[in-house]
Structure formats: structure tokens, C-alpha cells
Design a binder for this molecule. Sequence first.
Ligand code: FMN
Length: 415
Amino acid sequence: MLANGEVNRYLTQPSDEVPYFYPKNKIPLGIAYKNDPNKQIPGLFNPLTIKNLKLNNRIGVSPMCTYSSAHDGPDLGKVTPFHLVHYGAFALQGTGLIMIEATSVDPNGRTSPEDLGIWSDEHALALKPIVEFAHAQGVKIGIQIGHAGRKSSGTAMYNALQKGVGKTEFGWSDVPGAVVAPSPISYSEDSYVTPTELSGDQIQELIKNFRDAAKRARDISGFDFVEIHAAHGYLLNSFLSGASNKRTDQYGGSFENRIRLLLKIIDVVKDDHQPLFVRVSGSELAPQIEGSWDIEDTIKLSDYLIEHGVDVLDVSSGGNNSQAQRRKAYQGFQVPLAKAVKEHVGDKLLVATVGKIEEAKFANEIIENGDADIVLVGKAFLQNPSLVWKWANDLFVRIKHTNQYEWPYYYPPFK
Ligand SMILES: Cc1cc2nc3c(=O)[nH]c(=O)nc-3n(C[C@H](O)[C@H](O)[C@H](O)COP(=O)(O)O)c2cc1C
């Protein structure tokens, strides 16, 4: 405080988002400066408001398993400093949204023994420092919650080339009844076990587990949104597809029966204030297999998702069928799936797209053409956590960077 009570505008203010000293960013990171009124901000850098969530730009970190939690002992499934550094790097660079990797609602629902979990309050509390750090940057962060179903108890992918994905030490595939699915159909008999069919009571338990996980994510960790993982052949995806779901009860058979579990989970997970994201595989890419899920099913599902209050449909593909067609991953190879959904839903549902999106111009066109509302990026963020900065440069946009990094580039930092 200066003598006359005037506030020193050069004084560093501490952020109140974290319980330690951190220089406050007065402007959220990743926001485009509007210093030239005659210049239009590219669509990719247009903020997006979804319920009470305001994204500073349309670029998000796609959920990516890092297989970095302890595989036994008291810290099983909890975050470590690795996770803080890994996700913190994206936050420091003004990413529009960060989505924490698939995090299991049940210990037996992990894809591998090293997966993250959120099946207890302690697990949710351990995630809180990551959320706080993102919030200190004004960056929004959510979490993908899921259950790996018949693909659980596999090997961390960084070991898979040596060991095969299916069975692993510290896994639970030898425990009778621990690997579950809608029907006792193995994903692939060479390397995965035959799962046990979930009973009606176990389905009720699962619904509760999703509900509790989402509540913990919001109330204890402080996440801004939750995504339900119903893609890539994991448990909820395997309920949707007639190729993996052969049940004869209310959760199998007709389309309405196969989507019932997902809708019930949506109903208990959704929140009046926070947006809800759902990731699906837009197509199972196995048209030769009877009952397999295709884009027409996703489009049909989107009407139900709107009715049940989903805010964002995140459209990926594949993963439910070991006999799926091999596809060539060219830039934006999954955009046509998102676009087909977007054309159907219009403004009633936001759509996120993902898949080898590597160039700013390409990403911007997706948004400006209205093919999708959010661009999610996976591997390109692993290579370059400051991808948003690069894309801003490529599109001649100046965005807010964190104080510590901004001033050497732009001095004075802002007017
Ligand atoms: C290392 C890695 C881990 C992944 N883990 C998940 C995950 O936890 N949940 C999920 O829905 N998708 C996962 N994916 C898929 C990505 O979210 C993304 O959809 C896919 O990589 C395509 O985008 P990209 O070409 O930009 O990487 C993972 C992908 C990678 C590369």
C-alpha cells in the first residue's frame, strides 16, 4: 500500500486459488487479447460458455491415460507429483480445457494396475492440487470417469509391446468375477479373459459408483466438469453395442435397452450448474459384425442425450471390436463423425472432435465451418504442451500467457 492509500499496480498479488504463494494472473491464460478492433479473432480462440463453465479458447487436452499411479499399497490409484507436473504444464500454457485421463470409479474398473482412481474421498482429495493449480491460471479442468469392463486389468500400454495387453502382474484377471461386462464375451481371446456378466444388483452398484465418483470430483477435487467415458470398448461402450451386449434383460436387446445403462448413469451424474460431457465411439468400425455400433446409432443416441441433459458429446471411434477395420489416421480422420452428429443436433448439443488434429489452420476451420464446437488434441500435446501458444502464433493471435513467461516476450506485458 502506498502512503496515500493508492494500490501499487506493480505489486505482485498472490493467487487465492492455491494454498501457497503463487503470483496471481489477473487475466485467465489462453484468452485472446482484443487489441485491434478491426481484426476478428479466429473461431478457435473464441471463448465458449457452457452452463457455468467459461472456456478461454476451444482447444482441449484430450483424456490420455498415463499409467503412473502406484499399483499396490496405500496409494493405489492415487495421483503422484508426475500428474501435477504433467497436467500443470498444460495449465501453464493456457489450454482451453484440460481433461484428466480415464479415472476409474471402481478398483476393478482400471484398464491397468497403474491407472488413476476416484473410488474414495481420499482419491478425490489427492486430485485437488492439480485442479487448484489449473484454477490459479484461470484454466478449466475436468475429469473423465469410467470403468474399463472387459478390457480392465490389462498392461500399461508402455509395457504392452513386451507383454501383450491382456494379463499382467498386479492385475485381477485371475480373480473370479473381477472382470465384468454386459455379456461373457472376451474382447480378444488371445490376450483378454472372458468377463463375467454383470448381475442386476451389480448394475445398480455401478450406477451408484458413477454417481459418487462424479460428486467427489465436483465437491472434493473441485473439477469444473465431468466426462463419462462410454467409448473405446470400455464397459459403457460394450453395453451400447449389439456386438458385445447379448443380454436378454432390460439392459440388452433393443437399442433403447442397450443405451439404458448410459442414460441411467447420466441421470445420476448430471448437475444443474456444471456441464456434463459424454465420450462415445461414433462408430465401432466393424460393419461386418452383426449388431456393431455405427454413426447412425450415435446420431440416434444424440437425441436421447439432449433429452437427458448432456451438454457436450465428445466423438471418438473404435476400440470395441478386435475385428474392427484398420483405418488410416490422416489429419482429422474422426471429424466426419463429429460433423455428422453436429449436422443433426445443431445448437441443441455441443460436439467435441478429436483425432490427429495437428495444425492450427485445420483446427480453426473445424470450428469456423461449424463441424464441431471444441477441438480436443492428444498426442500433439504430449509433444508440445505449449501447443496453444504455437497455434495462436500460427493464426496471428496474441493470447494471455502466465506472468512468468509473458514479460520476456511482450514488455510491457499489457496495457
Ligand atoms: C497415451 C494415450 C492415452 C489415451 N488415454 C485415453 C483415455 O484415458 N481416455 C480416452 O477417452 N481416450 C484416451 N486416448 C485417446 C485420446 O484421447 C485421443 O482420442 C486419441 O489419441 C486421438 O487424438 P490424437 O490423434 O490427437 O492423439 C489416449 C490416447 C493416447 C495417445
